[in-house]
Design a protein around this ligand. Structure first.
Ligand code: AFD
Ligand code: MN
Ligand code: MN
Length: 399
């Protein structure tokens, strides 16, 4: 790295923050089964302790995304969770309503043809906005499982109308410093027509909802051949990019750790953002968040791995020589233009990560330090003991 690229990379790392998901620390699985981990978080305090450990080691994860119903049991004071977060050195970040698990949502939430169910889903989202006010959260992160699985099952346009009305009503509840993020997903659990299936639908719905609604790009929510960075560039240009849910995927919404399958794609996404900032002279406000579930990998280690990978790819994208790129593009020098990106992508940014960590008194190798501390072993022993005392029995045969 030259002194100039080192400086650019460290400056980028200083400004890069990524939010960890509370649900990434708890027991999860697939629709084929759950495989439990001894160190999996039992309750919100455990999740915040794990998130605190990731932030203490990486220095760039000050906030934790939480899921209403999973993390805020009805009647629990959100301010208590806010205090717990502070005790672990983190803050509550985005609030994720849950309008996809209750039995009443079998035929959808905002897209349901029963106005009473739509009302119930809307009320849950209003309650989630109230939680935002208590936790001081800036983002309401909306994902809907809504859709139809068979041709003819429902009216696509009618459902679009219901979503438009509900998102508009929800937008009215937001405070001046709050933003709602509309997430899209092509399929799963609906398998014929998901109501918010792509970035265009999310963008149109967000625009109709109001000025504090933006689009959330979950990197796992695209068909295999889709060019995600092209979507990101369009949303940036429309000032409609609200944030990301980062994960990697081989086939669909696999929720694998970022960069485990295609690190170059994540680099290209970050490149579009740095390129926009270079062209426009301003870095847009973007909520970088992780949305992964760790079934094979141990949860805190997988989260540390993801965060370090995100930092590395963000720093690589930050050192692209935009002037050289523009010159090559102006002359249609295809290979030279491509080599500008490749040069940055293949630059070893370890010196910048080392300088960033030294500047912030962080361990040189966060994962090694986590293992040296024996955090996981201690957490497993503590949580197994508590599960036993609480009479929690997990697992059991498939039958
Ligand atoms: C699932 C959904 C979506 C959502 C996340 C958290 O596919 O990505 O953001 O759960 O609710 O992964
Ligand atoms: Mn997501
Ligand atoms: Mn997902």
């Amino acid at each position: 790295m030259t002194p100039k690229t080192l400086r650019r990379a460290v400056e980028a790392l200083d400004s890069f923050k990524v939010e960890t998901p509370s649900w990434g620390f708890a027991d999860t699985g697939t629709r084929f089964g759950k495989f439990f981990q001894d160190a999996a978080a039992i309750d919100m305090n455990d999740k915040l302790a794990d998130a605190g450990q990731v932030h203490a080691l990486t220095g760039c994860c000050p906030t934790v995304a939480v899921h209403v119903l999973w993390d805020f049991v009805p009647g629990q004071d959100p301010k208590k969770v806010t205090r717990q977060a502070r005790q672990h050195g983190v803050k509550i970040g985005s609030i994720n309503p849950n309008v996809f698990q209750d039995q009443c949502y079998k035929w959808g939430s905002f897209g349901n043809n029963d106005p009473k169910v739509r009302e119930q889903a809307l009320q849950h989202c209003f309650d989630s906005v109230a939680i935002m006010k208590a936790t001081g959260s800036e983002y309401l992160s909306l994902w809907f499982a809504d859709g139809i699985s068979y041709p003819g099952q429902g009216s696509i346009r009618e459902r679009k109308g219901h979503f438009t009305e509900c998102l508009k009503a929800l937008h009215k509840q937001l405070g001046p410093k709050q933003t709602m993020l509309v997430e899209y997903k092509p399929f799963e659990p609906a398998f014929y027509a998901t109501d918010i299936a792509d970035w265009g639908m999310a963008c149109l719905l967000a625009k109709k909802a109001g000025s504090r609604a933006k689009v959330l790009v979950d990197t796992g929510h695209h068909y295999t051949a889709q060019n995600i960075e092209q979507i990101v560039a369009w949303l940036l240009d429309e000032d409609m990019l609200g944030g990301f849910h980062f994960n990697d995927r081989r086939y669909a919404d696999d929720d694998l750790t970022l960069g485990s399958i295609d690190p170059y794609q994540a680099f290209r996404i970050f490149h579009e953002i740095h390129c926009f900032a270079s062209d426009s002279g301003r870095m847009p406000k973007i909520a970088y968040m992780i949305d992964q579930s760790h079934n094979e990998k141990s949860k805190v280690e997988a989260t540390i791995q993801t965060v370090v990978m995100a930092q590395e790819l963000y720093a690589k994208a930050a050192i692209v020589d935009h002037d050289a790129l523009r010159r090559a593009q102006a002359k249609n020098n295809v290979i030279d233009a491509e080599l500008v990106l490749k040069k940055a992508f293949f630059t070893d940014v370890a010196p910048a990560l080392a300088a960033f960590r030294k500047r912030h008194q962080l361990p040189a190798d966060p994962l090694a330090e986590h293992r040296r501390q024996g955090y996981e072993k201690k957490a497993a022993a503590d949580r197994n003991r508590r599960r036993k005392a609480m009479g929690i029995v997990r697992g059991g045969s498939y039958a």
